[in-house]
Design a protein around this ligand. Structure first.
Ligand SMILES: [Fe+2]
Length: 406
């Protein structure tokens, strides 16, 4: 199997990608640099929220980042720092959707419009006329440029916005090429469940597990009997990898939940009068923080929210077709139960990796910290190599722009 992927404007040689060294995991200095240079909304292409979650008119903390608040008025969405310019306290303390665009700091009554401009503050005089306007202008909430795609809103480094736009168009092309371009849309889908899963370990371990299909056949009996890992096709862009897998002929038989999913899909498509697609899933990882899992019958927004050098949250939103529960009662719940079966298994992979890295370090072992498997017909760990390559490339890029990630 070749380990080089080429497409216009992007080439990836998996065999040439260096595995990340152990010292960049769970390290406070590296973590602080990552939060500034990988996760800040002006640092690259950083998922913030989706139209499905935002109120039609109002404001809400970013889905991915408590440091950011989004305001929305119809199609107009703005990303603002969730930091009051009076004394730097967060303006919004929870994730509730609020139905007005203006934002008020509860502590001293400073208020801001949806574009971040300062309305005023409690019992404070900013001056009259032009002088007052200038003073208030300087105290507006800092804003961040957005790039919107398929209802997703990303913070973007505007100096490179064309390159990021090109990358997202590659994902469109990859789904279109497989006849499932509309699978990327959430129109006609509804959020069936959502929850936050806290993890011990470095956030990078979570993205690694997402890009590792090698573990699926031995470790996920249910998932491996629902998707056909032998059918995997990888695609890559500068900032993402995608895996496309067809349905397995086993029809989920190694798990009651996956079996229900497989059987239920047949009934669902029959009742809609539609042909049942052969594709099982497109797994899309957009670095650093969004995994969009586009299954046949389920779409999951899986968001990595770093909390500390050895702690993060995986925020999960499950979406199902609006008509699924009506056409096949109980199917959405069965599908979510199947997905969660795999989540429980994956938690062990994520947390055990951090545990093993610590053990290797404390024993002083001189071993390669990730021996990525690029052999076989399917190159099942190419996504891990691509993520490591991205992280390394971003660090190299940062050398010319200021502090590095180390
Ligand atoms: Fe897994």
């Amino acid at each position: 199997m070749p380990t080089v992927w080429r497409r216009p404007g992007h080439e990836f040689d998996a065999a040439a990608a260096p595995a990340l060294p152990a010292e960049v995991y769970s390290d406070p200095v590296v973590f602080a640099a990552e939060m500034r240079h990988l996760f800040a909304p002006d640092a690259g292409l950083v998922y913030l929220s989706h139209d499905l979650l935002l109120p039609p008119r109002g404001h809400q903390r970013a889905d991915s980042d408590p440091r950011i608040v989004l305001t929305r008025d119809g199609d107009a969405v703005t990303a603002l720092a969730n930091v009051c310019t009076h004394a730097c306290r967060p303006l919004v303390d929870d994730d509730r959707a609020v139905s007005h665009t203006w934002i008020r700091c509860p502590y001293h009554d400073w208020s801001f419009r949806g574009d971040g401009s300062l309305i005023g503050g409690g019992n404070i005089d900013f001056g009259e006329g032009v002088e007052g306007d200038v003073a208030k202008h300087a105290l507006a909430l800092p804003s961040f440029d957005l790039l919107s795609w398929r209802g997703f809103h990303f913070g973007v480094d505007s100096a490179h916005i064309d390159a990021y736009r090109t990358d997202l168009a590659r994902i469109d092309d990859d789904f279109e090429a497989r006849g499932i371009g509309d699978w990327l849309d959430l129109d006609g889908w509804t959020t069936a469940a959502a929850h936050d899963d806290p993890y011990r370990g470095d956030w990078k371990a979570f993205v690694e597990v997402f890009g590792d299909c090698y573990h699926v056949p031995p470790y996920h009996p249910g998932l491996a009997s629902f998707v056909d890992c032998g059918s995997i096709e990888w695609t890559f862009g500068d900032n993402f990898h995608a895996q496309f897998l067809e349905l397995s002929d086993e029809q989920g038989r190694r798990s009651s939940h996956y079996s229900e999913w497989s059987d239920g899909l047949q009934r669902y498509y029959a009742r809609r009068g539609d042909p049942a697609p052969r594709m099982a899933v497109g797994w899309v990882g957009i670095y650093p923080n969004l995994m969009f899992e586009v299954y046949n019958g389920l779409k999951v927004l899986s968001v990595v929210v770093p909390v500390g050098p050895d702690e993060f949250v995986n925020r999960v939103h499950y979406c199902v077709p609006d008509d699924m529960e009506r056409l096949v009662p109980g199917l959405p719940a069965a599908i979510i139960a199947a997905y969660d079966e795999t989540v429980i298994e994956d938690r062990a992979l994520v947390e055990r990796r951090s545990e093993g890295l610590r053990a290797a370090s404390s024993l002083g072992l001189d071993i390669e910290r990730y021996h990525v498997n690029l052999s076989g017909d399917a190159t099942l760990e190419a996504g891990v190599a691509h993520f490591h390559d991205w992280w390394t490339r971003r660090r190299v890029t940062q050398v010319g722009n200021g502090p590095t990630a180390e």
